[in-house]
Design a protein around this ligand. Sequence first.
Ligand code: 6OG
Length: 169
Amino acid sequence: MARIETVAIVYRHPRILLGMKKNKLGAGRYNGFGGGMEVADRDIYDTAIRETKEESGITLLDPERMGRILFSFQSDEQDHDVHFFRARRYLGTPRETDEMAPEWFNIQDIPYDRMWSDDKYWLPLLLEDKRFLGEFLFNSKHQIVRHRFKEFDKKGRFESSLSELLLYE
Ligand code: 6OG
């Protein structure tokens, strides 16, 4: 079973807020804030809000669901079913936590070379207000072996749509 997770990007044009991840999967890379769904979460929005709060201290006010990607690995790493969110408004001030160090970037200067290599596929779409759906297979060095990725313009049908895409059965 894939682990259900979130990634949330705060976008206040012309800047986005990323976090430098300090430990666990993806350590040493910038990413949005997020993590795994927990039993107490009512839905995936709850997960996105709770994880962002835990990792950066801010409370997202208007998280919008933008995409979904299934990540698999040619190693022991579990599959990740990641739901991507975008938010413009939040309460509080981003602060460093045990998990993440927040940093603002102009959208012209996004540090793709210090992020997961899938990010250059979906982040430009998210910034352009487009939805997306995809699958990526990574090798043990965290390089992309194959991927299938598409822009997705029908809002809110991410559930049924992922099964249409499945590559690695
Ligand atoms: P914890 O293990 O820290 O949650 N995540 C990914 N994000 C990107 N951009 N690319 C990937 O490609 C990812 N795989 C996982 C989801 C892991 C966090 O990392 C995200 C979670 O926010 C492989 O609980």
